[in-house]
Design a protein around this ligand. Sequence first.
Ligand code: AMP
Length: 408
Amino acid sequence: MKKKTVEDIVLKGKRVLVRVDFNVPMKGGVITDDNRIVQAIPTIEYIVEEGGKAILFSHLGRVETVEDKAKSSLLPVAVRLQELIGKPVKFIPQTRGLALEEAIASMKDSDIIMFENTRFEDIEGKKESKNNPELGLYWASLGDVFVNDAFGTAHRAHASNSGIASHLETAAGFLMEKELRYIGGAVDNPVRPFVAILGGAKVSDKIGVIENLLSKADKVLIGGGMAYTFMRAQGFNIGTSICENDKIELAKELLVKANGKLILPIDLVVSKEFKNDTPHRVTTYSDIQDDEMGLDVGPKTIELYKKELQGAKTVIWNGPVGVFEMENFAKGTKAVCEMLANMVDAKTIIGGGDSAAAAIQMGYADKFTHISTGGGASLEYLEGKALPGVESLDDAVECNCHDCDCDK
Ligand code: AMP
């Protein structure tokens, strides 16, 4: 079911509550990556252009004690947003109370205010994270309509998403809409051939994703640490490579279920120690020695990936195929990144997390159709799970006209 978007609701003169994801990385009060702020701007600008009163809020990190509050204020984010958007952003250092209510009452059309970190409400009984009904109702009382643009928290039912949504007309912001269109669209209705590339450390973190994608994709290419549990399940010696012994049986079942769809590395870069500056060699999957561990996929595997990706029309990638944080074991992940960046005829989607960070870091950010901003949320979406933050968006009104070309 299509969801209502910010373009489907009346904004003029309305108090528009906007849940954004401003959970940015910070060091000593300084924002080290403002990508999440940049990504939220189209929705905020649209609300402002339409004459809505934009009331922004977000969580930032975990806040469990009064001491946590001091280092978790959203003030630096409000300052950064003001610089980026070129309009005043009034910051209210509270999450509730008279000062906030008066500031909202005195807003003019197209004004922007931002209130304090929603997790400040977690100090007494995790009200925000546990979706306390009183808190959701209170925040809802501050607005006329609700726009949820925080895909990154959509896999959790919080007072600041589902809580508010249960009381107000609720629509997706542009960023949320983009995530649903690309990730949801790719999984539920992919243009084929559809190939998934899954890497990362452990099978256990991604069982749901592997299972779901095995049933939807035409091929699932496995790399990274999780490949070794599968190789072990096939009876190969994997030396000291990362392996989840309690998942070997499951890996065997998945291999049977996959019926040839699951592609494992055929060569690897192995070393005796888990560190960058250590001798390493490329070897085949059947020749790992007892004292060696696999830390990257090898050149033949890259060629195999290339072959499997040929002609693909939809590609989803989640998880690095090697220990990309170490230069000597980053070649496989770089190669995957480059390969996908050059697939001009395919929809290429990165499902958040480390692979998204790797692509951005390598300068390929604008070469992909979509890079998800959600780590946990995009994983759960790839698993095919219903996300509370998405479920709580209003359904779009279906268009009954036969002649127009709208896609509703
Ligand atoms: P994930 O968060 O599950 O996507 O895992 C990402 C992590 O997997 C990164 O920190 C990588 O260093 C790690 N990783 C990838 N390949 C391997 C490997 N062969 N051995 C150990 N860790 C790996």
